[in-house]
Design a binder for this molecule. Sequence first.
Ligand SMILES: C[S@@+](CC[C@H](N)C(=O)[O-])C[C@H]1O[C@@H](n2cnc3c(N)ncnc32)[C@H](O)[C@@H]1O
Length: 232
Amino acid sequence: MTEILYKDYYKYANFYDIFNKYRDYNIEGKYLLDMLQNRKRVLDVGCGTGTHLDILNNLGYIVHGIDISSKMLMVAKTKVKCPLYKMDVLDMKLEEKYDAIICMKSVLNHLNNYDEFKIAINNMLYYTKKNGMIIIDFDNSRLTGSFEDKVDGNRRQIEFRYDKENEIDYRKISFYIGAKKFEMEHRYLIYNPKKIEEILNQFNIKYVMLTNYSKQRFNSKDKRLQIIIKKL
Ligand SMILES: C[S@@+](CC[C@H](N)C(=O)[O-])C[C@H]1O[C@@H](n2cnc3c(N)ncnc32)[C@H](O)[C@@H]1O
């Protein structure tokens, strides 16, 4: 039987970590440490199942996480002991400001348009201290076609369709977990770097666009984009 998942991460939460088993969290973790330096109070926006929170927490950082999905937060709670809040990046209400905010793996690709992107940046900057930093990791793949992988006997099939005119990557994902099949649809806003710059230039910040979790400068063909922002 196929179970149609909600468009959010409602049920995907239960097997998100299965399909991230071979993801290189080491590279991402080292990158975060390199960028954060001694910025010790860190908020993870779209923290998902909490792996980055766990990594940073174990290294002595004081971490808090927010995510729009209560199910993702429930998984995170089993992995890391830190304050976790169900919250939309578009409607942030927190009690303190942070030395740094991280926003890893495509969280902002889930936004609907550039107006929302501007709100998200404004909100994150509000909760960042002066000289603090925001690290945002975007998906920049424009994909059409299909992909399949298998982890510990669990199978995932993804059908991609890139709508060039609207710069949206549609992804229909089927998961085969044991005897069950789940389906989920994602709509990824693939950002135009020029439009990102137009928006970022309206804020009192310095920023740089990098790729590959390294100091390598981003170019438009790269599959991932990291924007490192310093609040002035
Ligand atoms: C691809 S997952 C990334 C999770 C985690 N950051 C990681 O690196 O594995 C995207 C996450 O963003 C969350 N998310 C999507 N839209 C959001 C929003 N508007 N505000 C907060 N979180 C959001 C989802 O619930 C999901 O947990």
